[in-house]
Write a protein that binds this ligand. Structure first.
Ligand SMILES: C[S@@+](CC[C@H](N)C(=O)[O-])C[C@H]1O[C@@H](n2cnc3c(N)ncnc32)[C@H](O)[C@@H]1O
Length: 188
């Protein structure tokens, strides 16, 4: 449901279906295959730091036989080695809350480099403005931080401003669950 609510926002706000799409932090491919269902004509690249997750993603794509099969890339999203202006959409689904501030900013700059003129960046992640976090008992929040070491940095970062500073128009911000938000911005 969470993925679908994200894709609903994408489809509403991105009127021209992307032909080339990069899924950063794709893990075992769940977000990549979901994007493929929404944009079946697109050539999709899934990128992740973990070769183990990517091996599972690749195994799954052999099994599914869906065409065009995604391309899998082992790289840091901060420095992908991919050519300039090669994507219409860069999607980041549940990765930004895992990043230290400097990495988050470097990834926004890399996404800007990778996008074609007026291409889109879309980020779906925890919403620091959500009441759920404001009302969360401190011990639960501490428990959450024990598996998410950069959560404080993510909550402190003004992501909309950082997106703008990286060379995008000001993003739209849409709540797509009680504690998640989707930011969509077009390359300036
Ligand atoms: C919570 S998972 C999200 C998985 C997937 N997007 C989904 O929605 O199912 C976050 C992923 O981001 C990857 N990751 C974290 N930092 C990264 C970076 N700097 N570059 C590339 N991948 C990164 C992790 O290896 C992990 O697979």
């Amino acid at each position: 449901m969470l993925r679908q609510s994200y894709h609903d926002v994408l489809q509403k706000q991105i009127t021209l279906a992307p032909q080339a799409l990069l899924d950063i932090g794709c893990s075992v491919g769940m977000s990549t295959f979901a994007l493929q269902n929404t944009y079946p004509q697109a050539q999709i690249t899934g990128l992740d730091l973990s070769p183990y997750f990517l091996a599972i993603a690749q195994y799954r794509s052999f099994k599914s036989c869906a065409q065009p099969a995604p391309t899998w890339l082992h790289a840091a999203a901060e420095a992908t080695g991919l050519p300039d202006a090669s994507f219409d959409l860069v999607s980041a689904h549940l990765i930004f809350h895992e990043l230290p501030r400097d990495a988050a900013i470097a990834i926004l700059q890399e996404a800007r480099r990778l996008l074609r003129p007026r291409g889109h960046l879309a980020i779906m992640d925890m919403n620091p403005q959500s009441e759920v976090y404001a009302k969360m008992p401190p011990y639960i929040l501490t428990l959450l931080k024990s598996t998410e070491p950069y959560l404080d940095q993510y909550f402190a970062l003004d992501l909309a401003q950082a997106i703008y500073d990286a060379g995008f128009d000001r993003p739209t911000i849409t709540s797509n669950s009680s504690r998640h938000r989707t930011l969509v911005a077009q390359a300036r």
